[in-house]
Structure formats: C-alpha cells, structure tokens
Ligand binder design. Structure first.
Ligand SMILES: Nc1ncnc2c1ncn2[C@@H]1O[C@H](COP(=O)(O)OP(=O)(O)O)[C@@H](O)[C@H]1O
Ligand SMILES: [Mg+2]
Length: 324
C-alpha cells in the first residue's frame, strides 16, 4: 500500500541480560497509514516501549534485533546509518515519552529549542517563530508562555518540561509522531488539552500518530485504529470501533471487560494469571497459559497474525477455523 507510512514486519528483539535473554518482541506486525492514528495498548512489560524505540533506533546497547523489517516512508529503517537515523529523528519522526529530561538540551533556552524545531519545518522568521512557539505553549496549558520561552529546562517543573517536550516534538511537523504514555504524569485537564491539541494538529497536517498507552479510554477518544500487544506480539489489530465492539482475541475481550468495569484505567491483573516470563517463553501461543479457550494446538504452535477481514488481524487459532 503506497499510503502506508510505517510498517513493521515480523519484528523480533531480544535483550541480553545477566539473568538471561529477554525475548521482548516476538514477531510484531503493525501498519500505520499516512495521517492515521494508531493506539498501541497492552499491559506493562508487553513490549510497547521497545517497539516504539526500535522504530527510531534508540534501543539500548543490550538490545538485538534478531529478525524482521521496519519500513518507514518506503525505506528500510534497519539499513540506515547512524547519521541517516539522526536526520530522520530530527525531521520526520518525533518521539515523546514519559521522561522529558533526555529530550531537552539543558544548555539552551526553551524558546531557542522550540524556534529551531519550528524553523526546521516551516520558513518562519525568528520573530514569527517566537510568536508561534509561545502560542503553542499556551495551547498546551502553559501559563506565561513568553516568560517560559526565556527559561532553561532545569528551571521548570517536571510537568512543564513534559509539555515543552511535546511542543518541540509537534513543532517539527513530523510525518510520524510516536508518543509513549505522553500524558501519564499530567493531571486530567492538561492531559485532555494535550490530546485535543494533538488531534487538532493531525487534522491540519498529514501527521500520523502512534500513541502508546495503557488507557483504553484515550484510545477510544483519539485513535482510529488499535493494536493490542501481548508478550511482544500484536495479538489483535483493527479499527477502534470494530475491535471495541467485537473483540476477537480472548485477551482483548478480557482487557475491554476490565476497562469497562472500573472506568478508564484498566487493571489488567483482573485477567487471571500474569504475562509469561519473557526469558522462558511457552512453546505455543504466548497467551495460552492464561486462555480459558485454549485447545491442544494452542500449546504446540504459536499463532501469527491471521487476517480476518480487510484491515483486521488476530493472532489466535480460534479464528483460523472461523475464517476457514
Ligand atoms: N534495556 C533493557 N534491558 C533488559 N530488558 C529490557 C530492557 N528494556 C526493556 N526490557 C524488557 O523487555 C520487556 C518489554 O519492556 P517494555 O518495552 O518496556 O514494555 P512496556 O513499554 O510495554 O511496558 C520487559 O520484560 C522489560 O523488562
Ligand atoms: Mg513502556
């Protein structure tokens, strides 16, 4: 498909640790269309951040990609040089994550960092860029934005730094924004404001969004598609409306049931059992130890993504028979 901006194919990633090899990603398939917003959900430790970081090639040294492809804008990310990757991160893919410290340069004023990002993507004069930047900060709920432009990162609170990082990421007008739990530390009003702004910007540009969150409510509010991860695999993918209305994978069903029961924050421990030890994976389906519907095949073979319908896929043997 020519309007696919990102496609991840059969991605496998391990971390070598003193305690053994962690199989963090175990055959991820994911597609993000141009201008599309995809929510990536799943409980802690299922590999969401690892997937996000692999797309921009910012994984730890201990990580090794053992198999698979990442295609961004029709080019292979895994074949790029470090130099080319820096260029891609500077211009085309923005990443925002929970800890803003690493993303901000401590020796430059906030204003200079935003102005640089704005001027990279748009031909603005310095004065115009300052005006734009301070408007953006105000829209992100920062009071006295003109004053903040004159400050250094260490002079701001954590929540403010978080919003400044988001402002810089958005200023670049990237082709793809990867947001890893971007608002988890912020209060609910600010969170809503930021999500609103991201949605607004998406309408006006062709920016695609990969939004990593464990909050199903946010996915329903912001995303068109959803990818549900479990133990390093995307086990269900499709339109938010379809997946939420009729989830096909037993894990997605459990996830939605729990989320509905107790409001927007999902408490996944309510699905009996825990995710498998990623250093010692079960032989068959990774969800089978927890699955109430498993049958013999599930314990022997690992299901890959079965296409159920156009744009909808599920990694579950139960579906193989339904699809025929
Ligand atoms: N740098 C690392 N070294 C070793 N193990 C890691 C590292 N980063 C992540 N992992 C492991 O990989 C798995 C996936 O982690 P992560 O991608 O952070 O999940 P999520 O973002 O969904 O919570 C976890 O078991 C985690 O402990
Ligand atoms: Mg994470």
């Amino acid at each position: 498909m020519s309007n696919t901006i990102l496609s991840v194919e059969d991605l496998h990633i391990i971390f070598r640790t003193y305690l053994g090899t962690v199989h963090a990603l175990n055959g991820v398939y994911l597609e993000v269309g141009q201008g599309e917003s995809v929510g990536l959900v799943g409980e802690t430790g299922c590999g969401k951040s690892t997937l996000g970081l692999s797309i921009v090639r910012l994984l730890d040294e201990s990580a090794k990609i053992t198999k698979g492809r990442i295609i961004f804008n029709n080019e292979s990310i895994l074949d790029k040089s470090q130099e080319e990757m820096r260029e891609i991160r500077r211009k085309y893919i923005s990443l925002i994550f929970q800890d803003p410290t690493a993303a901000l340069n401590p020796v430059y004023k906030i204003g200079d960092q935003i102005v640089e990002a704005l001027q990279m993507s748009r031909s603005l004069k310095k004065g115009e860029a300052i005006e734009e930047g301070s408007k953006l900060l105000s829209m992100l709920g920062i009071p006295e934005s003109k004053k903040v432009m004159e400050q250094y990162p260490h002079e701001l609170s954590g929540g403010m730094r978080q919003r400044v990082m988001i402002a810089i990421a958005l200023s670049k007008s990237p082709l793809l924004l990867i947001a890893d739990e971007p608002t988890s530390n912020l209060d609910v009003t600010i969170q809503a404001q930021i999500l609103e702004l991201i949605s607004e910007l998406r309408k006006n540009t062709k920016m695609s969004l990969l939004l990593i969150t464990h909050d199903m409510g946010i996915v329903a509010q912001v995303c068109e598609k959803v990818a549900v991860m479990y133990a390093g695999q995307v086990i269900e993918f499709g339109n938010v409306r379809d997946v939420f209305k009729s989830p096909l994978h037993p894990y997605t069903k459990g996830l939605l049931k729990v989320a509905n029961l107790i409001g927007e924050k999902s408490r996944l421990e309510s699905i009996p059992g825990t995710i498998p030890d990623l250093r010692n994976l079960p032989p068959g389906c990774l969800f089978s130890p927890r699955c109430p519907y498993k049958f013999s095949k599930c314990m022997q073979n690992r299901p890959s993504n079965i296409f159920v319908d156009k744009g909808r896929s599920v990694a579950c043997w139960l579906l193989e028979y339904k699809v025929g």
